[in-house]
Write a protein that binds this ligand. Structure first.
Ligand code: DAH
Length: 375
């Protein structure tokens, strides 16, 4: 009997060591240690053996059972470790590796680069950058900028007006609430960044030197107009500011963007919110201002003019200051007897177009990588 126990033990030990999976191991447990298996039956039968045999057989069977139990346990955790290892190996994806093929890194849009370049130039001249709302009141967009009630830019065909439910169906103010001061007022998508002139003055006392980049909107669409475009407004208000300061500031800008040898000229013009108003030209960088190329051909960029129109500007009209109520934020306020200022508005698309020879404004908005990747 003792021999049979040893034989069973040896056989079981070999099979357990060779078991390749948790299921195979479970089968071996049933086969050698289950209720009907030979070894446990022997153990149960020990009581019926002759007394001199009981001790030795009981001891051997018990030891065999314990040894097999421990072996199965050990093999089981070993198999578990191997399976886990195998699963981890199969699942291994390194999310930190670049994609295949590696994707090229993107780039800033030309309009963003151009806007930042312009901001940097004016930051270098001591201006700060401000931003303002694209949905604007008629007050800031037109009235406070001295536009006459019949100014053509106010026409429904020239400006995007915003349909306000509270204007279409005027409602009584809610009980206990004052009527909203805006309820009587129309809203537009701002047609220029100039409304920020009055907003900036309301928020800060003089001296004030700000540039305001941002999107503006007009219902036009062709090769030189898109319904949405970008401007950068400039405003400087201080004591003793003259048109010469405007010219000097814009000369610095023109040379920074178009080259050291550029010149600027001011031509009389009209804007409702500046007096005098000017249009500003930069000498053409393509033909060095001569209007003609070396081979005698007419310069295609300035069309033989020698000058490129870049922006509108002027001295701030004193009427505009009267729309800036003195407040705690801007005390002592804007008194036209004490302060003067200049302002300008430039189109970011137009500057980039001139600088980089972009032939059609719509290219900026078509998201064609062949165009965008050139800059
Ligand atoms: N707001 C004008 C436009 O969009 C541009 C402009 C002209 C801005 C003269 C100014 C200015 O600040 O002084 O056409």
């Amino acid at each position: 009997m003792i021999e049979r126990i040893a034989e069973l033990r040896g056989q079981a030990e070999a099979e357990i060591a060779a078991a390749g999976s948790a299921e195979a191991l479970q089968e071996l447990r049933v086969r050698y240690l289950g209720r009907k298996a030979e070894l446990p039956q022997m153990l149960r039968g020990v009581a019926r053996l002759a007394p001199e045999l009981r001790g030795a057989v009981g001891k051997a069977a018990n030891q065999a059972r314990q040894a097999l139990d421990a072996l199965i346990e050990q093999r089981s955790s070993q198999l578990g470790g191997e399976e886990l290892h195998e699963r981890l190996r199969a699942d291994r994806v390194d999310v930190t590796l670049p994609g295949a093929p590696a994707q090229p890194v993107g780039r800033l849009h030309l309009l963003t680069t151009m806007r930042r370049e312009l901001e940097d130039i004016f930051l270098g001249l001591g201006f700060t950058v401000m931003e303002g709302p694209e949905i604007e009141s008629v007050h800031y967009n037109f009235d406070a900028l001295n536009h006459s009630p019949t100014h053509p830019a106010r026409a429904r065909t020239d400006t995007f007006y915003i349909a306000r439910p509270d204007l279409l169906a005027p409602s009584e103010p809610r009980p206990g609430q004052p009527p909203s001061p805006l309820a009587a007022e129309e809203l537009v998508l701002r047609t220029h960044t100039s409304p920020m002139q009055v907003r900036a003055m309301e928020a800060h006392p003089p001296p004030l030197y700000v540039v305001i980049p941002g999107r503006v909107y007009r219902p036009d669409s062709d090769a030189t107009h898109t319904p949405q475009f970008h401007q950068i407004e400039g405003l400087a208000v201080d004591e003793d500011i003259t048109l010469a300061d405007l010219k000097g500031t814009l000369l610095m800008f023109a040379r920074a963007v178009f080259g050291d040898r550029r010149d600027v000229r001011l031509r009389p013009h009209f804007f409702p919110f500046t007096e005098p108003s000017v249009e500003v030209d930069v000498s053409c960088f393509h033909c060095a201002g001569s209007g003609f190329l070396r081979d005698g051909a007419r310069c295609p960029l300035c069309k033989g003019e020698g000058w490129l129109e870049v922006l509108g500007a002027g001295e701030v009209d004193p009427n505009v200051y009267s729309h800036v109520p003195t407040s705690e934020a801007n005390a002592p306020g804007y008194d036209p007897e004490k302060v003067q200022g200049f302002a300008w508005g430039m189109g970011v698309e137009r500057i980039a177009m001139l600088k980089h020879g972009v032939p059609d404004l719509r290219l900026y908005y078509e998201n064609d990588l062949r165009f965008l990747e050139q800059f």
